[in-house]
Design a protein around this ligand. Structure first.
Ligand SMILES: [Cu+2]
Length: 116
């Protein structure tokens, strides 16, 4: 869990700044795709519930496995979409402001995590 737990801290440090009122404001690049990501996640929630029902209804194993693989692919789509926004937004911004090496290192770590 150490590696996984490490990422949010790094991201928060990288993409947040403190407002005059002392509150921390996050500046991520996914603002424009946020509604789409949320609606995809809601759909995935429904798919997960569907699998619970399939189990409760003693449905055939292979049918359940096919639904599980559909969820995996839906989750990957959400991840890839976020990854693209992060690369085009946050990483590009970090490169322009001279913090490119760190942002690319972090990006490669998360890609590595994501493709496991
Ligand atoms: Cu980002």
């Amino acid at each position: 869990m150490g590696r996984v737990g490490k990422l949010p801290t790094k991201v928060a440090r990288n993409h947040s700044f403190t407002m005059e009122n002392g509150h921390t404001q996050h500046s991520h690049s996914y603002g424009d795709v946020k509604p789409k990501l949320i609606s995809r996640l809601r759909k995935i929630e429904g798919q997960v519930r569907g699998i619970q029902s399939m189990l409760e209804d003693d449905r055939y194993c292979v049918d359940i496995l096919i639904q599980l693989s559909a969820i995996k692919s839906a989750i990957n789509k959400v991840g890839l979409s976020l990854l693209e926004r992060h690369t085009r937004g946050c990483v590009t911004g970090a490169i322009k402001s001279g913090d490119g090496d760190h942002a690319i290192e972090e990006l490669m770590d998360v890609i590595n995590q994501f493709t496991k």
